[in-house]
Design a protein around this ligand. Structure first.
Ligand SMILES: C[S@@+](CC[C@H](N)C(=O)[O-])C[C@H]1O[C@@H](n2cnc3c(N)ncnc32)[C@H](O)[C@@H]1O
Length: 225
């Protein structure tokens, strides 16, 4: 995958790119870039935003600035590239969308700032608008990181154990349910014991128990139980 993340704060991603799964996919041939809108803005003094038409508080990121950034990176050859705008009002990000994006050879994430971006970006420059939840962050960097993290860990070679990614929360292997509980040593702590079935050595019973717990969690999903 060739993943590009556009941002006004590329330094936010310095930690992200050191993470093992990110390093693993890069070592396996993927490319991950962090591109600064200010580097390519056609306006003077690194300007990227302007006041909103119609009045109101805050500033809006300009369409010509974002178009120039995309133009500098891809020229006119954007055809087929999935370009995702991070916005609170976009399609809700979930495991299904992460899987869909992980299948793309080329993916671009656009982080907004301030009051957001000129609506013509959404109308004309991107293929998708994606939200990571019904709340408002100060900027799209964390949202882009959430999407990139979930997508990159699905790529071959990202995780130490490829099986880790197969039977995970919301995966088809668990019929879309959350994952079952995990336990490790000690077997009893402050009187809290692990379920006996997990040390029974009966793999079929363990498998059955895990599927039941996963289904149960699915039924209680959203309650925090
Ligand atoms: C302060 S927010 C803009 C919020 C906007 N005025 C609104 O009310 O929807 C600035 C940027 O943060 C990002 N952002 C904030 N919350 C987000 C969320 N829940 N999902 C995805 N991106 C988000 C977007 O890129 C957005 O352009």
């Amino acid at each position: 995958m060739r993943l590009d993340i556009f941002t006004l704060f590329p330094q936010w991603f310095e930690w992200f790119e050191t993470q093992r799964h990110v390093r693993n996919v890069v070592a396996a041939g993927s490319q991950v870039r962090f591109l600064d809108y200010r580097e390519t803005t056609p306006l003077g003094a690194g300007q990227v935003d302007d006041s909103p038409y119609g009045g109101g508080a805050g500033m809006v990121m300009r369409v010509d600035v974002i178009d120039a950034a995309l133009q500098a990176a891809y020229g006119d050859a954007r055809g087929g590239r999935r370009i995702v705008l991070l916005t609170p009002s976009g399609r809700m990000f979930d495991d299904e969308l992460a899987t869909e994006l992980a299948a793309e050879p080329d993916l671009t994430l656009l982080s907004g700032r301030y009051e957001g971006v000129d609506e013509r970006v959404r109308d004309h420059l991107v293929t998708d608008s994606v939200s990571i939840g019904r709340y408002v962050l100060a900027g799209g960097e964390l949202a882009a990181m959430v999407v990139a993290d979930a997508v990159l860990r699905k790529l071959p070679g990202a995780l130490g154990h490829a099986e880790s990614a197969l039977e995970e929360s919301f995966s088809s292997a668990l019929d879309g349910h959350p994952e079952y509980p995990h336990y490790t040593r000690p077997p009893t702590y402050r009187g809290w014991s692990i379920p006996e079935v997990l040390v029974s050595g009966d793999h079929e019973r363990v498998r059955q128990w895990r599927r039941e717990r996963s289904r149960e969690r699915g039924a209680g999903e959203g309650t925090g139980a």
